[in-house]
Write a protein that binds this ligand. Structure first.
Ligand code: MIC
Ligand code: SF4
Length: 651
């Protein structure tokens, strides 16, 4: 039976060696070769790993990156970095120092390998799919378990084929491919799916262009995205001194996809994701002339050397418009060094770009916020309301080319059809590769690691543990949200909140702070409660704090029309029941502050062999509502124990 590339990698990594391919939607467990964490999710992940009592990680390769919390307004960020560095030294983990770059870019450059599985505590981990690896984002606890040697549980994804034909034309870029897909598929179109790219059009895309596409597959809600490993992959790996890892990988001839989406690259035109969602897509031609206040190049989506080169070519000899504030945050230090050698960096500086450090920076609201009510064009992947740091700013997600044109003209400018001649950047990249390992600290030998003391600053607090839910509970509705509530809505990021990522009692004060400023007080007063959501509840980031902090505040249940994959797994890991409305219109029968009565919950969680259905009563209006627990038997047991950690302790 011919298989897709994703199926082949899954088959070779199934924990229970099966000869047949699992059906889409069936629970599967896969062996994880590599893991990654970043500093904002890593502290909790390693606190959990420490409790496992192992002397060393069991994964083939694990890397701990520092790229999110690098503002260091006070001791907190640095304390976290030191904690992470000492944990890496103690447990056999690579450590990428602050300033070395964004986890996904550095991992692509230094560690990613075709055919491997990668589990990362960051939703954009699928960036690695550009190298033909199966890279999946998850909560930190799942990564901790994978470092401990456990297989990763997920539902067998549907494999959606994306057939690329033709060639990108002047003014368009790989970013427009993924924006076009977001236009067609929406932010929930990929839940439970892997997007697998094939067709003659892929040969024209470099690995870093492919990485812009696989990176932003996260915005489709997809489990992952993947490209074949071909000649372009070989060149990429050889240029980085890792050619020995290359192997050719693609789908078998005649492989069957759930469905196939056709994209003709030659027909694409520049696109923009308009405020406040990555799937709110418009052609740049429709926005042409709209004034722009800020332009930022960077993030894990678009900060390769060729992205910077495209910007430099467009702004060459010109100056950033006086009405525009322009910045560039390079994805990796090696790329920045290459940009310096190629004269790209000096061209950007000359034009008036402000050079930020090689980190997530403005993408996660860590500085460089736009002006009030400003229009910001960013080459990033997310534009949720308020994420930039200015609540009323309008953030548009665009290609480096579109961003560069706006930087000099101060208006949206459609570059479709423009002849942009790109320089050959490869020699400069090759010159800089020898620096790539300078800021990576390799794992210590088990002997050396024995003497390492973990450094624990005062802001690092233990991970709280939840208690099992009672059989019968009356819960007040603490918050009711609409469709596509993001984890940024639930647990905001930004310079003010991120320093508390290793301190759940403190960070919990910010839960729903933008949408429901009194949430914290209300939850504290009630002692326990539930949240109501619409479709795709918990979309966006992998931050388990969006489950952990509500759990800490007593949230026992989230009832929604549907859930985003990673957030649902995080809810289960922390003992919060994710229940789905059987009739979506029942959502209208519940309002904030209503009291809902839940009965026979233990039966629901113990039997689970049943259909998982539950009828509840809204005591405030007397209406009955039907909900279902869509979870496997193992997940139901985890919930019965009050979460994964108490479950493991119980076993
Ligand atoms: C994001 O882009 O939202 C983040 C910040 O990288 C998150 C991780 C986090 O919240 O720490 C993600 O994408 O998972
Ligand atoms: Fe960092 Fe932004 Fe990428 Fe998240 S999306 S990893 S915050 S650059």
């Amino acid at each position: 039976m011919p298989n897709t590339l994703s199926e082949k990698i899954i088959l070779s990594h199934l924990a229970d060696k099966a000869t047949h391919l699992p059906k889409a939607g069936e629970p599967i467990s896969i062996h994880i070769d590599q893991t990654l964490t970043q500093d904002a999710t890593g502290t909790m992940a390693y606190l959990q790993f420490e409790t496992m009592g192992l002397s060393r990680v069991k994964s083939e390769l694990s890397v701990s990156y520092v790229d999110h919390n690098t503002l260091q307004e006070d001791y907190k960020n640095q304390d976290d970095h030191r904690y992470l560095q000492s944990v890496a030294a103690k447990y056999g983990i690579w450590f990428s120092r602050a300033g070395n770059g964004i986890c996904h870019q550095v991992h692509l450059e230094c560690f990613g390998a075709p055919g491997k599985t990668l589990l990362g505590a960051d939703s954009h981990t699928p960036t690695g799919g550009a190298l033909g690896m199966l890279a999946i984002g998850s909560g930190g606890l799942d990564v901790a378990l994978a470092m401990g040697g456990a297989a990763f549980d997920l539902l067998m994804p549907e494999i959606i084929g994306v057939r690329l034909s033709g060639k990108l034309t002047g003014g368009t870029s790989a970013k427009d491919v993924i924006l076009d897909l977001l236009r067609r598929e929406t932010v929930k179109g990929g839940v439970g799916a892997i997007y697998e790219y094939f067709g003659e059009g892929i040969a024209g895309l470099s690995v870093t262009e492919r990485a812009s596409i696989t990176n932003m597959g996260a915005e489709l809600g997809a489990t992952s995205s993947i490209f074949p490993s071909d000649e372009k992959t070989k060149v990429f790996l050889e240029d980085r001194g890792r050619g020995g890892l290359w192997k050719e990988l693609s789908a078998d001839a005649g492989a069957v996809y759930k469905r196939v989406i056709d994209i003709d690259l030659s027909a694409l035109r520049p696109l923009a994701a308009c405020p406040h969602s990555p799937d709110n897509i418009k052609p740049v031609s429709e926005l042409a002339g709209l004034p722009v206040d800020q332009v930022v190049i960077g993030s894990c989506t678009n900060s390769s050397l060729d992205d910077l080169a495209a910007v430099a070519v467009i702004v060459s000899g010109k100056t950033v418009h006086p009405r525009v504030s322009a910045g560039v945050a390079c994805g990796s230090r090696t790329t920045l060094l290459a940009a310096e050698k190629a004269g790209i960096l000096s061209e950007l500086l000359r034009a008036g770009f402000r050079v930020l450090e090689c980190a997530c920076g403005p993408c996660i609201g860590m500085g460089f916020a736009p002006k009030s009510g400003g229009v910001s064009l960013r080459t990033f992947n997310r534009n949720f309301k308020g994420r930039s740091g200015s609540a009323d700013a309008g953030v548009y997600l665009v290609s480096p080319q579109t961003a560069a044109a706006a930087a000099i003209s101060a208006v949206f400018t459609d570059l479709a059809g423009e002849n942009i001649t790109m320089p050959d950047t490869r020699p400069f990249l090759l010159q800089s590769q020898r620096f790539s390992s300078d800021m990576l600290i390799s794992p210590l030998s088990p002997e050396e690691a024995k003497n390492i003391e973990i450094e624990r600053g005062p802001n690092i607090k233990p991970c709280p543990i939840s208690t099992p839910i009672a059989d019968k509970v009356d819960l007040p509705v603490l918050f009711k949200g609409g469709d596509n509530i993001s984890t940024d809505d639930i647990m905001p990021a930004g310079a003010k909140v991120l320093p508390f990522r290793s301190n759940i009692p403190e960070i919990s004060k910010f839960v729903f702070s933008a949408l429901s400023p009194d949430f914290y007080q209300k939850a504290k007063k009630a002692g326990s409660g539930l949240i109501i959501g619409g479709v795709n509840y918990g979309q966006g980031s992998s931050r388990e704090h969006a489950a952990l902090a509500p759990m800490y505040l007593g949230v026992k249940i989230v009832a929604a029309k549907s859930f985003a994959r990673i957030h649902k797994a995080n809810l289960i890991n922390y003992g919060i029941l994710p229940l789905t409305f059987i009739n979506p219109e029942d959502y209208d029968l519940i309002q904030t502050d209503d009291i809902l009565e839940f009965k026979d919950l233990h039966q629901l969680l113990e039997k689970k062999s049943g259909d998982g259905q539950l009828e509840i009563l809204n005591r405030t209006n007397g209406k009955r509502i039907s909900l279902v627990l869509q979870a496997g038997e193992n997940e139901a047991q985890i919930l019965r124990s009050g979460g994964r950690i108490p479950h493991m302790k119980g076993n």
